[in-house]
Design a protein around this ligand. Structure first.
Ligand code: HEM
Length: 217
């Protein structure tokens, strides 16, 4: 077997070789924001909490692109081969990278806070979300994907992504709404994005189901 064949086979099994780089891109983006913030504000319990929240927002941008980004080409008449559709898997990996930075910030917050910074129920809900994130990231490598039955992979994607979207909904809408700060700049744009995401995603899915040949053109 020639070297070319071998490389092609490895690539088919594990996905494009650059795939892992996207985890680094996501982690680096979140880390850059956090380091800048901590340099500017200094290290304190409040600034660590802010850094954890900022990393979660960076993660959210990548999540939005993987969750709803594929809908944009459908509505703007772009081709299915548009980067927003093709790179959904990469955005998902970048989300996992940035979320890891969020979790490191949260772990640091636990260490410096006199009181547990999140309720036990919150730890369970958000812990499940983190597990989904890493399960989705690992299963997006072709080698792992081939171990799963197609319906199991489809179900993991469906439930995992909807569950994580729900967690962002809790953080960007339910939380600030009950505290009365939904209209602030740190929440309002994110609230709009998380509200529009499921609408775009499901409208695009229904559109594709109804007109499969047109969207595949
Ligand atoms: C997929 C999983 C997760 C998502 C989508 C997520 C999302 C978020 C978001 C959006 C924020 C910012 C909230 C705001 O600004 O009001 C946040 C903050 C926070 N998260 Fe997470 N998170 C996840 C996992 C976790 C886990 C597993 C823990 C703890 C075990 C955790 C603990 C915290 C804490 C303590 C804060 C508050 C930081 C502060 O005091 O401002 N998160 N999270």
């Amino acid at each position: 077997m020639g070297n070319g064949d071998c490389t092609e086979r490895v690539s088919k099994m594990s996905g494009p070789p650059h795939l892992g780089v996207w985890v680094g891109i996501g982690a680096f983006a979140a880390l850059a924001v956090d380091v800048a913030l901590l340099c500017f504000l200094g290290v304190s319990q409040a600034s660590i909490a802010l850094a954890a929240s900022c990393a979660a927002r960076v993660a959210f941008v990548f999540f939005w692109l993987t969750y709803a980004g594929g809908a944009i080409p459908v509505f703007f008449g772009l081709t299915v081969g548009s980067p927003l559709t093709r790179r959904r898997r990469e955005f998902g990996l970048a989300f996992a990278g940035a979320l890891t930075v969020h979790l490191c910030g949260v772990a640091w917050l636990f260490l410096v806070s006199p009181r547990q910074p999140i309720s036990n129920a919150g730890i369970v809900y958000f812990g499940i979300g983190a597990l989904f994130t890493f399960a989705l990231a690992i299963s997006s490598f072709n080698r792992i994907q081939t171990l799963l039955r197609p319906w199991a992979w489809w179900l993991l994607n469906l439930i995992g992504l909807e569950y994580i979207a729900y967690l962002f909904f809790l953080d960007f809408i339910r939380g600030p709404f009950s505290r009365g700060n939904i209209s602030t700049i740190t929440y309002f744009p994110f609230a709009i994005l998380i509200l529009t995401a499921p609408m775009l995603r499901w409208a695009a899915k229904i559109w594709r189901w109804l007109r499969p040949t047109e969207s595949a053109a």
